[in-house]
Design a protein around this ligand. Structure first.
Ligand SMILES: [Zn+2]
Length: 317
């Protein structure tokens, strides 16, 4: 060893002399020498072995403690634990402070839980739509917004069930009412900046602030062209009000002197046309850009895109 310089045989002899219990009678322990020897012996042990021995000892102590603990406070069985957990599980219904426990939930409540947030969001989006539809029309004082939203809900229910028409003709209105037409900058794509419209009057630095929906389904020259067509055929009783109002179109409310049944179809068709026109314009602009990048010798684009664009849909409608 390091501290003692004893050889193996001498160690055995030393142990025999100092520590062997059978040798107690002729014990010749010298306290100091024994202590030094044992300390040296200890120092000779590989520290990794020591570490392992200590951790083993600690673990054993911990196990003993746990066993003792379990004898004093035995763990509940699986069934009891499950019952304890389940009793604490439940849901908080929207608009209610009390919770419904898992075993007391009815199908109706579950449906309410699933649809609740979506229904609420839809309600808010519809209210915003009705408000935007009413935005420009001057005389709004007599309009009760809540009534108006309810009325619009009823209109939609009627359109979806009573108007026998392919769904694709209803889709634009269906999307528009919840701001769901994929227009960058709208409620659903609020993180994206509004995309400049090909007509040149929307999305630029100097363009007036308006929602993408308001532009594409009312203000854009394409939408204007569709509106002009309808205005041209409205009875004189309707045109005294200055043509079709946005609420007539967006909320599918027949203008004075028009029957509601044909108006259902006219208004939905008009909205679909505006959406179709938007797609066509976008495709045309894209095609033009591709041509420009493909062939640099191509002459620069016409400096008056607005008039060009405006003429296209007007002629087509
Ligand atoms: Zn536009």
């Amino acid at each position: 060893g390091q501290g003692t310089n004893l050889q193996d045989a001498e160690w055995i002899e030393w142990i025999y002399q100092h520590l062997d219990p059978s040798n107690m009678s002729n014990l010749q322990r010298e306290k100091e020498a024994t202590h030094t020897a044992i300390t040296a012996l200890y120092a000779d042990i590989n520290p990794i072995w020591l570490e392992a021995a200590w951790s083993m000892e600690t673990r054993k102590q911990e196990e003993d403690r746990q066993q003792h603990e379990q004898r004093v406070h035995p763990l509940p069985d699986r069934k009891t634990v499950m019952a304890m957990i389940i009793r604490r599980l439940g849901w908080r219904l929207p608009g209610s402070s009390s919770t419904v426990p898992i075993y007391g939930l009815t199908v109706r409540q579950a449906t309410q839980l699933q649809d609740g947030p979506a229904l609420e969001q839809r309600q808010q989006l519809m209210a915003a739509f009705v408000q935007e539809a009413r935005g420009v029309v001057g005389a709004t004082a007599h309009i009760d917004p809540e009534n108006e939203v309810n009325r619009f809900h009823k209109t939609l229910a009627r359109l979806w069930s009573d108007v026998r028409w392919e769904n694709k003709n209803k889709e634009t209105l269906w999307r528009l009412a919840v701001d769901g037409v994929p227009l960058p900058g709208n409620t659903h794509l609020s993180r994206m900046p509004p995309q400049p419209c090909g007509c040149g009057t929307f999305g630029g630095p100097n363009s007036p602030p308006s929602s993408p929906r308001l532009h594409h389904f009312w203000e854009c020259p394409i939408a204007q062209a569709v509106r002009d067509q309808i205005d041209r055929h409205l009875p004189s009783s309707a045109t005294t009000e200055g043509g079709m109002g946005r609420h007539h179109l967006w909320l599918i409310q027949a203008p004075p002197g028009c029957d509601q049944a044909p108006w259902d179809v006219i208004a939905m068709a008009a909205l679909s046309s505006m959406e179709h026109g938007r797609h066509c314009l976008r495709a045309a602009i894209r095609g033009q850009r591709q041509m420009e990048t493909m062939d640099p010798r191509q002459p620069p684009p016409s400096p008056q895109p607005q008039t060009r664009v405006e003429q296209g849909p007007r002629q087509r409608v």
